[in-house]
Design a binder for this molecule. Structure first.
Ligand SMILES: NC(=O)C1=CN([C@@H]2O[C@H](COP(=O)(O)OP(=O)(O)OC[C@H]3O[C@@H](n4cnc5c(N)ncnc54)[C@H](O)[C@@H]3O)[C@@H](O)[C@H]2O)C=CC1
Ligand SMILES: O=C(O)CCC(=O)C(=O)O
Length: 387
């Protein structure tokens, strides 16, 4: 029985895909696989038996990727599965920052007992007036699954859209409207744009990328939107910029004790991916990836191990090995098989950074003895009998 632990609720449409060979466990220490959304995993003890973690979502900054890789645990995410949900909320964010919709709604709630509310609306409404986004300039930093959708949607709403992503993938470039002005540096966005929205992962190099220095390059009264991660923005610097009026509004999907108390902040409680559709898409993708890894050893959409697709095993046996990406690993593996007089029917070896992964289809059913011999090779992190 394969034991699956969910650190966050995962949509039923995904969980229902697990066959009778899988059972849910509340105890992570006995899990073969973990499904997670935003739960923080950095301080959790990772059990020896754990083979895979699937993040039902995009951002993986809540998971210790390198520690997992070093223990032979493959971490998956679900690229693009919640991108439309975030795009729609980011567009809502543009509108919320432009018209005082929140102030207006609050005014109605505060005056709901007033019998003359209908008449008083007309007197009160001028203080909630705003501006339109059509014709304004939007800068999109990060043209991945979400950034491309936001750029294209804002373009269709009549905004002039600038985009920057030094590492844009070919697929995302294909999906980007030709109307988007593709700039090479964020500085061009800072200089030109009335609205700036950030859609990059939180990494050492992106942490606090919005700070006093970068804000000083922006237009006075700029609106900044952050539907990616709180730490992309230096919040003390943002507080100063809001006070001075340099930044007119900061729209964030990541409220905390600081931003929730700042004037000029529109804070949403991390709702970007909280739609039925996004939750379903992420759950289905995460569960399918886990099942393919557990049952066939195949890796799709991992963030710490290479992609590897050996299909369904048609030989008598299959062994999967997570190992370090160092010299002579393959020759040591093949000599274990040849030492046992076992013919290899098919093999794949792929690497990603410091880690690598190999699948061997062999012409006899795999044995524990083979596993022990392979596991004793220096640099091997995990060996699994698939068949
Ligand atoms: N608010 C929410 O509920 C959600 C938030 N997110 C956040 O949004 C982020 C982006 O998500 P996706 O678009 O799905 O990811 P993605 O991986 O498709 O796109 C990220 C893009 O950022 C680019 N990038 C990386 N470093 C960059 C830099 N320094 N400057 C410019 N571009 C850079 C990459 O080349 C890539 O194209 C996630 O990492 C996550 O933190 C994602 C989903 C839901
Ligand atoms: O699961 C969620 O609601 C969070 C989504 C998110 O932040 C992500 O996918 O990176």
């Amino acid at each position: 029985m394969v034991k699956v632990n969910c650190l966050n609720p995962i949509a039923a449409v995904g969980m229902d895909l697990f066959s009778a060979d899988y059972a849910k466990t509340e105890n992570m220490q006995e899990a073969d696989a973990v499904l997670v959304r935003s739960a923080a995993m950095h301080d959790l003890e990772l059990p020896e038996n754990l083979k895979a973690i699937a993040r039902a979502g995009a951002g993986v900054n809540n998971i210790p990727l390198d520690k997992c890789a070093g223990k032979g645990i493959v971490v998956f995410n679900t690229p693009g599965a919640n991108a439309n949900g975030v795009k729609e909320l980011a567009i809502a964010g543009l509108l919320l920052a432009s018209r005082d919709i929140v102030g207006g709604i609050n005014w109605v709630a505060e005056n709901k007992a007033d019998e003359n509310i209908a008449k008083n609306v007309e007197k009160a409404k001028s203080k909630f007036a705003g501006r339109e986004i059509m014709g304004k300039k939007l800068g999109v930093i990060g043209l991945g699954a979400i950034g491309v959708l936001v750029a294209n949607a804002a373009n269709r709403l009549g905004m002039k859209v600038y985009g920057c992503d030094p590492y844009i993938s070919v697929d995302h470039a294909w999906n980007l409207s030709r109307d988007i002005i593709h700039v090479k540096t964020n500085d061009e966005i800072y200089k030109e744009c009335d609205y700036i929205t950030v859609h990059v992962p939180l990494l050492d190099e992106t942490k606090h990328m919005i700070n006093t220095e970068t804000i000083s390059k922006m237009k006075d009264g700029v609106v900044i939107l952050n539907f990616a991660r709180d730490l992309l923005v230096n919040e003390d610097d943002m507080g100063e910029a809001l006070k001075s009026g340099k930044v007119a509004r900061y729209v964030t999907d990541f409220p905390n004790a600081k931003t929730a108390n700042m004037e000029g902040v529109i804070a949403i409680p991390h709702l970007g991916a909280s739609t039925e559709e996004s939750e379903d898409n992420c759950a289905v993708m995460a569960v399918k990836q886990i099942m393919d890894y557990i049952e066939n050893g195949n890796i799709r959409n991992s963030v710490n191990y290479p992609s590897c697709n050996a299909g369904i095993c048609e030989s008598a046996g299959r062994i999967a090995i997570n190992h370090r990406n160092i010299r002579n690993m393959l020759s040591q593996f093949t000599s274990v098989f040849s030492g046992e007089n076992i013919n290899i029917a098919n093999m794949i070896n792929k690497s990603k950074g410091e880690y690598a992964y190999s699948i061997f289809d062999i012409e006899i059913p795999s044995t524990e003895e083979l596993v022990n011999k392979l596991a004793s090779i220096d640099g091997v992190l995990k060996v699994r009998i698939i068949k």
